[in-house]
Design a protein around this ligand. Sequence first.
Ligand SMILES: *C/C=C(C)/C=C/C=C(C)/C=C/C1=C(C)CCCC1(C)C
Length: 280
Amino acid sequence: MEPSNTSVVNLTIGQYDLVYNSLSFTIAAMGAAFVFFLMARTTVAYKFQRVTEVAALIVGIACYHYVRMFMSWTAAYTHAAGTTFYTPTGELFNEAYRYADWLLTVPLLLVELIAVLYLTGAKRAGTIRNLVIAAALMIVTGYPGEVATDNTTRFIWGVISTIPFVYILFVLWTEVGIAIKRESPEVANLLTNIRLLLLASWGVYPIAYMMPFFPSINAADALVYKQLGYSIADVVAKPLYGLMIYAIARLKTQQENAASPDGALVPHDDTVASPNSNAI
Ligand SMILES: *C/C=C(C)/C=C/C=C(C)/C=C/C1=C(C)CCCC1(C)C
């Protein structure tokens, strides 16, 4: 693992604890969300159950990586009795866990949204493919910048990574916009909110990445703000976003049940495929 330019500095007890607690909190949030999404899957129509399973998979993967990051964090710093700061142990905090996590979870987040927008057939497959390629490019080009020891390298890779990032946001904004026009006012309202949540949470990542650039922020603060930013953004972009997707699936299930002639429930038993199933 290569050193990050901010990973070899002393931290105050407060700075160390802030990252320690945010990583710990995020493990709890991801773990709880994992259990919730698994249990909630039978409360939506069959065709939305895959979406809920994908939501569970995402937070499950993230939970694992946060456990690894937490262990890496505690191994990277040590506190000598009587001192007021933590010093690096020489074992570097492993930034690769985040990037490995994003490489797996970001494509799944995109699949989750596109699936609930319920585009049909070829259009959906094409959109997902383009988004997944862009996501992989964004993360793979962001990583060398993240672990670079100088800010010029960090800047160049950051700019390159921003190109697919802008593309992804543009496509999502447009696709959700189309769905907003097509859906009922209630679903459209949820979609409007999810679009804003997406923009607000995904926008935090490049800002957190830029922390080492600001001359007024010292290396220790930059490290802490960056980790805090990534963790908070992850909680919004995975469990909270998943909850909103779930709310859409729930609402659509209720609307479809109300509209079906005999008022019958769409089968919840996953061994019985609904005839118009378009599950991912
Ligand atoms: C659950 C994890 C998510 C939603 C991660 C999203 C990550 C990004 C949007 C990262 C974007 C970056 C840039 C746009 C430029 C600098 C490098 C990155 C990778 C931090």
